[in-house]
Design a protein around this ligand. Sequence first.
Ligand code: ASP
Ligand code: MG
Length: 425
Amino acid sequence: MGLIVQKYGGSSVADAEGLKRVAARIVATKKAGNQVVVVVSAMGDTTDELIDLANQVTPFPNGRELDMLLTAGERISMALLAMAISNLGHEARSFTGSQAGVLTTSAHGKARIIDVKPSRISEAISEGAIAIVAGFQGINQDTKDVTTLGRGGSDTTAVALAAALEADVCEIYTDVDGVYSADPRVVPTARKLKTVTYEEMLELAASGAKVLHLRCVEYARRYDMPIHVRSSFSNQEGTWVVKDHPEGDSGANMEQAIIAGIAHDKSEAKVTIVGVPDRTGVAARIFQTIADADINIDMIVQNVSAAATGLTDISFTLPKSEGAETTALLKGIQGEVGFASLQYDDQIGKLSLVGAGMRSHPGVTATFFACLSEAGINIEMISTSEIRISVICRVEDLEKGVKAAHSAFDLDAEGEAVIYGGSGR
Ligand code: ASP
Ligand code: MG
């Protein structure tokens, strides 16, 4: 008994059958005596299809209009889901992000939630109805325009709402049974994690694990909101994302305690600025230019400058989607900064090993690099945090690297993970 926020992803509501199946699950949760708030994504690949459509009309869709278009996807699923629930004899009311009080910054396509004022949701559930909220969207109070939170943003809507409503748990329903030690689409023998800490999940999500949206995990950590990631296609217990691993959990399997999981990411590109004068302030000038455009960069490597020339090379990675803008910005300051040339490489992959146990176990890096070398994979860049090691390699070597690391750290499970739906798109 309590207040449960459930989020259903696009693959769980891909068609009318899916919507009916999800409706039945929601009703069962309600019948068990809970108040239920549901956040829903657009059906199947709707968001991708809408983006494709926009790109057929114009190569540069306007941000405001693109958000208007994309938010329609979640409106379709929320209304249909409310109808399916009502067909089962329970009252359901659907709300857009704006109606649900999701207030965001004005950055179209990547808005951040500033506040959630869910008075209409509280009202609906206190009157005994099930509230259905369109995920991934909100409204900016200054412009009064509808915004979206970035791809996969419905998870963040769900956790933000759960925090604002002081829910007992936020359940995220997806097309696999939980969070795995690697993407089960790449490593079929990936192991389902019983628990993963906010800290580990943040690193996994930031390193390309698509099972949870990064900002949803940040939110959960800030409000200490437990997330239960599970499948809408089975009744299995999923993975709990929580503050700490429960006592004893780590003792059961030492190896698992060291490495929680392996993430991979094909969405980044590498920019190399060749022949940069090695002077104070130059790096600041370069990265300020990029920051001013609100572009997030990831890894940075600066070579030792050649003594004879006083020139160095700086490489960094960033989302491919920001590549064109970034190279244009850098060309704009080439004269002023005085670098020789720019190289752009979008055929890279990032492979990351994550686990809180790394802190206290030496040798993880050595094992990791040895297994990559045995697999014949060349490492181009390296970055680390206390609980993560990431490397950049050729994109065509990436999946091979994931598999090699997964077995090098003994993460394989007995059986194969089940993938219930979704195109993985
Ligand atoms: N429908 C949006 C997307 O596909 C949001 C989400 O699924 O979370 O990115
Ligand atoms: Mg989605």
